[in-house]
Design a protein around this ligand. Structure first.
Ligand code: PGA
Length: 251
């Protein structure tokens, strides 16, 4: 028997939007009809106060785009789990491919961030995905397995996994539903082997990489795709709401 998994639609604003734009965006989200899917926003750190103020009391949740493995300390430019909690974050992205690429984040560092998130009661959204080169060389599964094995959280019941093939991020070249399903199914089987059947069937695995309102429904029909992590198409509130509506009406 499979566990019903509520779709999760997450907007990753990356280094976009300014204070007033974020406020306006949150107002539109607040006024929208109750979504069937769970909705989460990942604003950049300076916008967390705006988002938290505008969305407290709504069904939308929010989180950090990153965190430091330590709770406090001399780490200029970094943000801690405690600071995310101050702004009512419930979740945090760990190991987004742009950080792996731009900041050289290793699997071990990502694992430490996942552990810190869980230690503080934040739900880590662990991002994994192969580059075009890894796919071309037949290394997709080996890459995903390595990223997963190193960063698998201690509590395998309180996390979210995001499959984001690097070649599909921001390129307009989304994975086909069949290709995404193949990777998601591999990931779920791997979790099954590492953490057991109950954890594997309860885990939500999001797809990310050029998701739009015109491809989300077909992707979500695949049995192992449980929602999305959306960059570009989440920057416009109306477009994001459109995708949310495509992901289900209230139960
Ligand atoms: P994209 O980004 O939707 O713009 O491809 C997805 C992501 O990086 O999370």
């Amino acid at each position: 028997m499979t566990t019903p998994r509520r779709p999760l639609v997450a907007g990753n604003w990356k280094m976009n939007l300014r204070r007033e734009e974020a406020r306006h965006y949150c107002e539109l989200l607040r006024k929208a009809p109750a979504p069937g899917a769970e909705v989460v926003l990942f604003p950049s750190f300076p916008l967390l106060s705006v988002v938290s103020e505008a969305l407290t009391g709504s069904e939308v949740r929010w989180g950090g785009q990153d965190l430091h493995p330590e709770a406090t300390g001399a780490h200029t430019g970094e943000v801690s789990a405690l600071q995310l909690l101050d702004w009512q974050c419930t979740t945090v992205l760990c190991g987004h491919s742009e950080r792996r690429r731009d900041q050289g984040e290793s699997d071990e560092l990502v694992a430490a961030k996942v552990a810190t998130a869980q230690d503080h009661g934040l739900t880590p959204v662990l991002c994994v995905g192969e580059t075009q080169d890894e796919r071309d060389r037949g290394l997709t599964e080996a890459t995903l397995q390595r990223q997963l094995e190193i960063a698998l959280p201690a509590d395998a019941t309180a996390w979210v996994l995001a499959y984001e093939p690097v070649w599909a991020i921001g390129t307009g070249r989304s994975a086909t539903p069949a290709l995404a399903q193949e990777a998601h199914s591999f990931l779920r089987r791997t979790i099954n082997d590492m953490a057991g059947a109950a954890s594997a069937s309860a885990l939500r695995i999001l797809y990310g990489g050029s998701v739009q309102s015109d491809n989300c429904e077909a992707l979500l029909r695949e049995p192992d795709i449980d929602g999305f992590l959306i960059g570009g198409a989440s920057l416009d509130a109306r477009h994001f709401l459109d995708i949310i509506q495509h992901c289900g009406s209230p139960a």
